[in-house]
Design a protein around this ligand. Structure first.
Ligand code: NDP
Length: 458
């Protein structure tokens, strides 16, 4: 009997989640096609994690050069050329995009470089007009930067544009206090911009452990950034010389070459045709799904940022993989959205896994806190007195480690292995039983000391 559908699976969106799901489903024997209207790789590869991390690395050379010069190295006139770095980063993005395309091709996934719209529970229409049918549809369209409504917002950029700036911004205003704002503020500051970060609340990185986060603003200020808290951008005016005049709600007026707005990302669902399959959006504009990433339409699934569960690339990848195993591999799998390690590539970086102290105190009756406040040896080469700070949250009854939060050089690299131990349910005693690697920053993880008075029964 001929198959009633053109494909077993049609994926909309070739980002991290969509590509992983396509490849794994094809590996399970499914006939898979994928549509991408922009570039294969999605936000992470094309205009997110990957080029951002390259800029972070490149911006850190400034410090290294400076510190080396003070410690015996003779370094000639060092200068920085934005166009060279920008073009290098973008050429590597091109390379990675090619690799992603190859991955799809070698997995036997058919790619359409155009937009796809859902026209029914099993049907889609491509921008070219071609009608397609599929037994299953996966929506993996990601998210898009939110631009708040203020006068002159059209003069501002988002993280979509920041990798392509013609000129290096000597003065930059960054709006927001989340991952993107903090990371790019650090990058442009280190590269030489005069950076002003403006956030509506009294802090940054509100979802993180505040005992860790509170260490960052003084460091950012000491590194030359101006932080404007409890402030919003009221309006932005373009001046005759092309620069931007930014007026804040607290009355401050700042002239800048670029204004980067990073106030969150919203699920990318506009014009997808969801109504044609009877799928209604959730309160934040997300596609609601069950634990297997299934939408309210039986054969349509969604993974990644578009579902607004946890907006992180590795989570989208896990969700895409679990979907493919569940639907095409005969191995039903749910993604565990608890205990997800994450990092902010600020300078210094912040990394975190598990419960914050505040969350733990709401869920457990007895909490012990262990910390280490230390000066990383590497920082001795710097005239700045920046310290590292690690904080461990432990269940007093079982000694199980519930959370670990860090600020300091290489935090993300150090946290990843510790996250395995925490996900596996190891105890503080297990950490203490582990021999330190000396001298390292990571050894602080097995040397954490209890904070007196922090084990009170609530
Ligand atoms: P976040 O959700 O991290 O932070 C948004 C920030 O913008 C907050 O400081 C918030 O203020 C502020 N804000 C929100 N709405 C408004 C508004 N209407 N007006 C003024 N300020 C506002 O968003 P990002 O854009 O930084 O990042 C988006 C997502 O991308 C993140 O959730 C993260 O998952 C992902 N990401 C992850 C990275 C990583 O893993 N390293 C790197 C980059 C992005 P406040 O909370 O103080 O009220």
């Amino acid at each position: 009997m001929p198959d009633p559908f053109d494909y077993d699976l049609f994926v909309i969106g070739a980002g991290s989640g969509g590509v992983r799901a396509s490849r794994i489903a094809a590996g399970h024997g499914a006939r898979v096609a994928i549509a991408e209207e922009y570039r294969i790789g999605g936000t992470c590869v094309i205009r997110g994690c990957v080029p951002k991390k390259m800029l972070v690395y490149a911006s850190m050379f400034a410090d290294e050069l400076h510190h080396a010069r003070n410690k015996g190295w003779t370094i000639g006139d060092a200068s920085f050329d934005w166009a060279t770095l920008r073009d290098f980063v973008n050429s590597d993005v091109d390379r990675l995009e090619g690799l992603y395309g190859n991955t799809l091709g070698s997995a036997g996934v058919e790619s359409f470089a155009e937009r796809a719209v859902i026209t029914g529970p099993n049907t889609l229409r491509l921008a070219s007009g071609r009608e397609i049918s599929a037994a299953h549809i996966l929506i993996a369209t990601g998210s898009w930067p939110v631009m708040p409504d203020f006068a002159g917002a059209e003069h501002c950029i988002t993280s979509n544009e920041v990798f392509h700036l013609e000129e290096f911004p000597q003065r930059m205003v960054v709006m927001g206090g989340g991952y993107i704002a903090v990371e790019f503020a650090g990058v442009f500051n280190a590269l030489g911009s005069k950076v002003t970060l403006v956030n509506r609340s009294e802090t940054i990185l509100r979802s993180y452990e505040q005992g860790i986060v509170e260490r960052l603003p003084p460091i950012m200020q000491a590194r030359g950034m101006d932080l404007q808290f409890n402030a919003r951008i009221e309006h932005v005016t373009k001046l005759d010389d092309g620069s931007l005049r930014v007026t804040l709600s607290n009355g401050a007026v700042i002239d800048a070459d670029q204004v980067l707005v990073a106030t969150g990302r919203a699920p990318n669902t506009a014009g997808l045709g969801l109504e044609n399959a009877g799928i209604a959006l959730g309160s934040k504009g997300e596609i609601p799904v069950d634990a297997f990433s299934r939408t309210s339409c039986e054969n349509i699934y969604a993974v990644g940022d578009v579902t607004d569960r946890v907006q992180l690339t590795p989570v989208a990848i896990l969700e895409g993989h679990a979907f493919a195993d569940t639907v095409f591999g005969g191995k039903p799998r749910k993604v565990d959205h608890a205990t997800i390690p994450t990092a902010v590539f600020s300078q210094p970086s912040i990394a975190s896994v598990g419960l914050t102290e505040e969350q733990a105190r709401q869920q457990y009756s007895e909490i012990n806190i262990y910390t280490s406040d230390f000066r990383p040896m590497k920082n001795i080469f710097s005239p700045r007195m920046e310290r590292g700070f690690y904080k461990m949250v432990v269940d007093g009854a079982s000694d199980r480690v519930l959370g670990l939060h860090m600020i300091g050089p290489e935090s993300a690299e150090i946290l990843q292995s510790a996250a395995i131990a925490i996900k596996a349910g190891l105890t503080k005693a297990d950490f203490d039983d582990t021999t330190a690697i000396h001298p390292t920053m990571a050894e602080e993880l097995v040397l954490l000391k209890q904070v007196a008075g922090c084990n009170a029964l609530l």
